[in-house]
Design a protein around this ligand. Structure first.
Ligand SMILES: Cc1cc2nc3c(=O)[nH]c(=O)nc-3n(C[C@H](O)[C@H](O)[C@H](O)COP(=O)(O)O)c2cc1C
Length: 176
């Protein structure tokens, strides 16, 4: 199974990127590609800009990546209870090209943050709206208190309960 994985964050030191890298090591029988949303940067969405210049090619490149994958693994960073501006912008431009951004793919959705909430709010928004964009959310997991539960140098979840929950969450892809 070809899995496209990314963190919905443009931070070079993204903790969601760390979580994605770890999760990818736990996927078996998969051909995984991790992309960086910084490679799909576009101006802030503006309908005037769209009318004048059309949709930037980065939106099509992002949609093509999704199209080529059998499944998606996404980890959402939370800013003020919602998506990071960087991801929302990419998603908005992509949706102008194709409203079915997720293109019917099975998706595992994750999130993490340093706080006890574990970016649950953005995760809930992403899970709840996926069907509008023709995404099939197979399972989701919020990882709270990232710095307590993850060893950054080793790149692993240190909390055994959370590690087991993540494996269980990822196993939902097998049903896809
Ligand atoms: C503008 C801003 C708003 C934030 N709002 C939240 C929030 O609502 N909930 C939360 O759990 N963390 C919040 N944080 C902390 C982020 O979870 C933290 O920066 C985390 O590292 C972001 O994930 P990333 O490293 O993958 O980008 C916020 C951070 C910033 C800069």
């Amino acid at each position: 199974m070809k899995v496209l994985a990314f963190a919905a964050s443009n931070s070079r030191k993204s903790i969601n990127k760390d979580l994605i890298r770890y999760a990818c090591t736990r996927l078996t029988d998969s051909d995984v590609e991790i992309i960086d949303i910084n490679d799909y940067e576009m101006p802030i969405y503006n309908s005037d800009l769209e009318e004048a210049h059309g949709i930037p090619e980065a939106a099509s490149r992002f949609l093509d990546k999704i199209s080529e994958a059998d499944a998606l693994l996404i980890s959402y960073a939370e800013h003020n209870g919602s998506y990071t501006v960087a991801y929302k912008n990419l998603f908005d431009w992509a949706s102008r090209k194709k409203l079915e951004v997720y293109q019917g793919k099975p998706i595992i959705m994750l999130s993490t943050s340093p706080g006890a909430g574990g970016a649950k709010s953005v995760l809930s928004a992403a899970v709840g709206s996926a069907h509008f964009f023709v995404g099939k959310v197979m399972a989701s997991l919020s990882v709270p208190e990232f710095y307590k539960n993850f060893h950054r140098d080793k790149g692993v979840i240190t909390n055994p309960d959370l590690a087991a929950q993540l494996d269980e969450t990822l196993s939902a892809l097998q049903q896809a």
